[in-house]
Write a protein that binds this ligand. Sequence first.
Ligand code: SF4
Length: 297
Amino acid sequence: MPPTLDPDLRRALAERVRYCHEMGIYDFYRRGPCVSESHTVLSTGAELVDPSPTQEELRQEMAAKKSAVLTQPAVRNVFRVITPNSEEAVTDPLAALNLIREDLGPDCTRCKLHKQGRKQIVFGVGNPRADLMFVGEGPGADEDLQGEPFVGRAGQLLNNMIKAMGIRREDVYIANIVKCRPPGSRTPERDECETCSPFLMRQIAVIKPKVVVALGAVAAKNLLAMNAPMSELRGRFYDFIPSGFRSSDPSWQGTKLAVTYHPAFLLRDPRQKGEAWKDLQMVMRYLGLEPPKKPAE
Ligand code: SF4
């Protein structure tokens, strides 16, 4: 009976191969035949023949996998890194945001959300030179109708939160991880976030805020590329540099990022408003904003 590979060893080998692929290593070579490795002579005199694929089979398999990997989005990323974004030559942030919006196109079809009932793209709104930026997960029904983020009930609560910080909605910039409404206001899926968020990264790089506040777990996990519960994500600042960002501006090399609850969650569980207020107070201290005596309702 042919020997089978120990399951733990098989898993370890598969993991090693996967790791090598991630590092860009696709070609593997086996040493020449070696009695102690490829043939084991049992005490009975029977030969235990190595059932592994031949070198030629391995070479063909690796070549097929290599070509499959190379046709995937990594190729696009290479070009994205070496091709400057259109807004990078523009110093006026409003003009630069307009270029990003143009680049997105009037009817973006980059991810499947374009054909799942969205009425319009919700790009973002606010002060293009804002010190403070809020990022949610995606537009809801009201936002989809009006073309502006956070205009429904959750938006009203966000407005109150901003007001409680002693500033106005017009002073900040507000955007989402995805710019089209997911059907039924479901959570945006990973591929949708990955496709759309580069435009958000470019918006952040143009606005150069001092603080980004991620509203809710979806925004936080996508911005930070971390998978942790809100209890672990909140209560601290992260150093955040938008992915793909290349700066010639020594005055802005990234921003602070804080995490708090999404206003829609706070509407469902108002008991957490006090916790959200603590997060905002942390941001206010950093920005030197005077905390009002009482948070607005
Ligand atoms: S969510 Fe973003 S990437 Fe997807 S279709 Fe809308 S604008 Fe395009």
